[in-house]
Design a protein around this ligand. Structure first.
Ligand code: C2O
Ligand code: CU
Length: 487
């Protein structure tokens, strides 16, 4: 009889040692790579996006806000402006051209200064002669209607070669402002596509001088010229020097003789006292108006404004003027602001951090807002008339000059220390690493508004959010599938 042979004991299928190690390594790699691949995939920006629909809606603890999604009836940003073809008191045409790595407006860098009197209507016709990627103009610090804000892909399409766009708005707020392109802004502002914009009070003009400070080819220039800007002035006369920092980092200005800080970001300081032995710091994108008595020399570190033949040159003082306590507060605390910030409708956090990750598929060390990385950043939702408080904090290791479009905010406190000086109104605020600012503003200018860092390398790395009003929509889109690239 046949007996089946006993089956040989079967070894459990164990791969040889070498293969097992490979398997473990592959699994470990997958454990590491799978989340990375997911992070990479979820970081990819859609080829076109709408500013009205991006980010994580944040209502700041206030009443619900209807988001302006595409199919929702609402007011388009196009309706939030004057008709462009009406009359104007000041009429300017600016022709943009590319000149190598530079850009010109009407053949010059910076572009021509625009001057108007408060209450006038200004029309600017922007013509793009040959800037290949297109251009726009944003009126930095001017609270213009949203449709004139000049942000490519948010409030308009970028103006391509051969095209034009007409801005027309009334200027109500006296002060020192500037304009610049908000299409490929990092490259175009660096290349000189900007100019000064001064709004004067009605009445006889007081002596003043504009100093747009900018780094060209690594050299500090004033109004495009390296070195010194000479301002004629009779001895003993008082001159207002309007400083604008068009670069990415903070700039210090000082003078050997006492000076006064008359205005910050276009708003007059209340009760400015003489400053001696201290510099004033101008935020990137910010403006400071100084009052000097001729002869005087305003030092800008590598450049200077020489008024009435000059004065002694001086090295930078160690002290920096603290605007938190400079000037005189309003008679009853805060009532002079025109609104009551202690009972806000909404309270927002704008907490800036930094960590490794992906933005649009590219790995790097990126900025975060409230822990999220672009496009996972907050969309601050408001209704017209809301009183808004915002806590801007920074633990990212670098200073960020934060700029909210279309509004001015008043500084309430820094690092828990309440403001005790003149109301300190800003549109551009340096938030150093490790510090926290408490600011407040009234949501009184409906639209979709950028709220971003003005170190223009940073918005490209994700440091940009938006303030969004209920019921506002935009037909414009940005992204690689469009011609619009606001950063
Ligand atoms: Cu001066 Cu969003 O810019
Ligand atoms: Cu920044």
């Amino acid at each position: 009889m046949l007996t089946s042979p006993r089956p040989a004991p079967v070894e459990p299928a164990r791969p040889p040692r070498g293969r097992r190690r490979t398997l473990v390594a592959v699994l470990a790699t997958l454990v590491v790579l799978a989340p990375l691949a997911w992070m990479w995939g979820s970081s990819l920006a859609p080829t076109t996006w709408s500013a009205a629909e991006m980010g994580v809606p944040d209502e700041g603890g206030g009443p619900a806000v209807m988001a302006g999604h595409g199919d929702m009836p609402g007011r388009s940003v196009d309706s939030l402006r004057l008709p462009p073809d009406g009359p104007a008191d000041v009429d300017v045409t600016l022709i943009a051209r590319a000149a190598g790595a530079r850009y010109t407006l009407n053949g010059q860098t910076p572009g021509p200064e625009i001057r108007a009197t408060a209450g006038q209507v200004v029309r600017v016709r922007l013509v793009n002669q040959d800037v290949a990627r297109g251009v726009t103009l944003h009126w930095h610090g001017m609270d213009v209607p949203n449709g004139d804000d000049g942000v490519a892909g948010v409030t308009q399409d970028s103006v391509l070669p051969g095209g034009e766009f007409v801005y027309r708005f009334r200027v109500d707020d006296v002060g020192t402002y500037w304009y610049h392109s908000h299409q490929v802004a990092d490259e175009q502002v660096r290349g000189g596509l900007f100019g000064s914009f001064v709004v004067l009070p009605p009445g006889p003009a007081a002596p003043d001088a504009t100093a747009l400070v900018h780094l060209f080819d690594g050299r500090r220039t004033v109004n495009g010229v390296p070195g010194e800007l000479a301002v004629p002035a009779a001895p003993g006369s008082v001159v207002r020097v309007r400083l604008t920092n068009t670069d990415d980092g903070p700039m210090r200005a000082w003078s050997a003789a006492p000076y006064r800080v008359l205005a910050v970001d276009g708003t007059d300081v209340r009760g400015p006292t003489p400053v001696a032995g201290a510099a004033v710091q101008v935020t990137a994108g910010g403006r400071v108006d100084l009052e000097v008595t001729a002869p005087a020399r305003v030092e800008l570190g590598g450049a200077a404004v020489v008024v009435g033949g000059g004065g002694p040159s001086s090295s930078p003082p160690a002290a920096v003027l603290d605007l938190l306590s400079y000037g005189t507060p309003t008679p009853r605390d805060r009532t002079g602001l025109g609104f009551e910030p202690s009972t806000p409708t909404r309270v927002f956090d704008y907490a800036i951090g930094r960590r490794p990750g992906f933005v649009d598929g590219v790995p790097g060390l990126y900025w975060t807002i409230n822990g999220g990385m672009y496009p996972d950043v907050p969309m601050f939702m408001v209704r017209e008339g809301d009183v808004v408080r915002m806590r801007i904090s920074n633990s990212s290791g670098e200073v960020h000059p934060m700029h909210l479009h279309g509004h001015h905010a008043v500084v309430l406190a820094r690092d828990g220390v309440p403001a005790t000086g003149s109301p300190w109104w800003v549109d551009s605020l340096d938030v150093p690493d490790g510090s926290t600012f408490e600011v407040a503003f009234v949501a009184d200018n409906p639209g979709v508004w950028m709220d971003h860092c003005h170190n223009l390398a940073h918005p490209k790395q994700g440091l940009v959010a938006h303030l969004m009003y209920e019921g506002v929509t935009t037909p414009y889109r940005a992204g690689s599938g469009t011609a619009n690239d606001p950063e």
